[in-house]
Design a protein around this ligand. Structure first.
Ligand SMILES: Cc1cc2nc3c(=O)[nH]c(=O)nc-3n(C[C@H](O)[C@H](O)[C@H](O)COP(=O)(O)OP(=O)(O)OC[C@H]3O[C@@H](n4cnc5c(N)ncnc54)[C@H](O)[C@@H]3O)c2cc1C
Length: 462
């Protein structure tokens, strides 16, 4: 494809690749560099919209030989904006988004730049699903490399627990396949270690027979929040793994399907997802309904892609976004009291706190089987300040940081890497716990010059 770039370096790169090269002189530059989180505003020197694996190899070689900082962009959803870089080269994978499902082996080969919605669409046609995340515009690339959690985590594991192989372009431009039998250490490292080790041009995943689920929210008044959270912390870990549900503090959106009398009310809730029959879901959720009748009970049968994209409208790209997170095993009464204080002060309509279950099958994997070191955690907790208005950026940030600081003492110490801002080396180490040193050795082997450093960076071991 013809180059859109006009500058010297851009023209040189355009001669090397089939996809587009976009630089600041191009009309499409602002659109191409925009990130999901509008709080982050980066101005790369070049954006290489790669059309194929050869383009990725050429772009990585080009960045290295020209001394350009290199960023890799999957879906562009990273909260810290790590899919882009000021003054450097962005390897944009949005041209690599094919999803090929093999219904016989129940596997899918997914391009490194595909979104979750594209995967759900392709797999649902065969009655299959990949355990992944809950907003359809999120990139499979960043989500998978950090771990990948969602409604199917308790029953079928994290996204990395369903990764069978990956095609990877390494820092020196070589192309390898990583699996349990090829480049095993690389395969271990990319299952949680983020984009530190190379550009994944395609993922091979195991799929599961999930089609219609019984899913949706139950909401309760905020004055019931302490009781409901206290019930939920005991109930969910001992529930069948076909049931999952994330706990949330939220402000009810002012529109359908929510009834008018609840609009803009601060409430607590659980968004459930059950992979069994309606009868089984009714049975498994009976204790919840018996404990406290919800003010809204929106649980019912829906196609899996529908619950996967149910919050897309509430969280479109282009809003201010600031989050902080931790892994949690216990939720003591004192933590619940602190949670409720901050829920009463939710600063904007879209700001929220979620507790995502990571127990069940995900919790039975050995902590050294992949780079994900918190197999003992029951929840990945995240507090998120969100608002369309940049004038509210300070308010949502302050609420999030204060909330995180109040709850951090009750956590296991580190956070899910995909729920972090740019928080410094100590937080990256805390993310990987006992696996950090092994990751640093894998980094030394696969990227000794730290070419891939625009990420939650693991420095090569000495
Ligand atoms: C609205 C929203 C909802 C979310 N929901 C969930 C959820 O339900 N579950 C969950 O687990 N996470 C969730 N996340 C977090 C999400 O996993 C991270 O934001 C993740 O970084 C997004 O990946 P991306 O490819 O879209 O991001 P990008 O910003 O494109 O990339 C993120 C990082 O991954 C690297 N990267 C991306 N693709 C590749 C690749 N193919 N090869 C090498 N490196 C790559 C980038 O270099 C960068 O360091 C959500 C995020 C948002 C904003």
């Amino acid at each position: 494809m013809a180059s859109m770039a006009t500058g010297g370096l851009g023209a040189a790169l355009a001669a090397e690749i089939r996809g587009q090269v976009i630089d600041p002189a191009n009309d499409g530059y602002d659109e191409a560099r925009a990130l999901y989180n509008a709080m982050i505003d980066k101005r790369p020197a070049l954006i290489a919209r790669c059309a194929d694996v050869a383009d990725v190899i050429a772009a990585v070689d080009f960045a290295r030989t020209n001394g350009l900082d290199l960023a890799v962009r999957g879906g562009g959803h990273n909260g810290a904006g790590l899919g882009s870089v000021d003054d450097g080269l962005v390897v944009d994978l949005s041209g690599l988004r094919d999803v090929r499902v093999d219904p016989d082996s129940r596997t899918a080969v997914v391009g490194g730049g595909a979104t979750l919605g594209e995967v759900d669409h392709a797999t649902h046609a065969f009655g299959l699903a990949l355990p992944a995340g809950i907003i359809s515009t999120t990139g499979v690339g960043g989500l998978t490399l950090g771990g990948g959690l969602g409604y199917l985590t308790r029953q079928y594991g994290l996204t990395i627990d369903n990764l069978l192989a990956a095609d990877v372009v390494l820092a020196d431009g070589t192309f390898v396949r990583a699996s349990e039998t090829e480049h095993e250490e690389l395969f271990w490292a990319i299952r949680g270690g983020g984009g530190n080790f190379g550009v994944v041009t395609s993922f091979t995943f195991r799929l599961h027979p999930v089609t219609t689920v019984v899913a949706g929210p139950m909401l309760w008044e905020l004055d019931r929040a302490a009781d409901v959270l206290g019930f939920y912390r005991e109930f969910l870990p001992q529930s069948p793994e076909r049931l999952s549900g994330f706990f949330a503090f939220l402000t009810v959106p002012p529109g359908p399907p929510f009834p008018e009398h609840l609009h803009l009310k601060k409430m607590c809730g659980v968004v459930w997802c059950h992979t069994g029959s309606e009868e089984e879901a009714t049975h498994d959720l009976a204790p919840v309904r018996a404990f406290a009748e919800p003010a809204l009970d929106g649980v019912g049968p829906v196609p899996f892609p529908a619950i996967q994209s149910a919050f897309d409208g509430l969280y479109p790209p282009g809003h201010q976004w600031y989050w902080r997170a931790d892994f949690v095993r216990e939720i003591p009464d004192e933590a619940i009291a602190r949670h409720v204080e901050f829920a009463e002060r939710l600063p904007t309509m879209q700001s929220t706190m979620h507790l995502y279950p990571v127990d069940g099958l995900a919790g039975r994997v050995s902590p050294d089987a992949t780079a994900w070191g918190y197999r003992d955690a029951r929840w990945a907790q995240v507090m998120v300040g969100v608002d369309p208005d940049p004038a509210n950026a300070g308010a949502i940030r302050d609420w999030t940081v204060d909330y995180w600081e109040a709850l951090h003492p009750f956590s296991l110490g580190g956070a899910y890497v995909n729920f972090m801002m740019d928080e410094g080396d100590a937080r990256v180490r805390a993310t990987y716990r006992g696996n950090y040193d092994r990751l640093a050795r894998a980094k030394r082997r696969y990227d000794p010059a730290n070419v891939f450093h625009v990420n939650q960076n693991i420095r090569p071991a000495d």
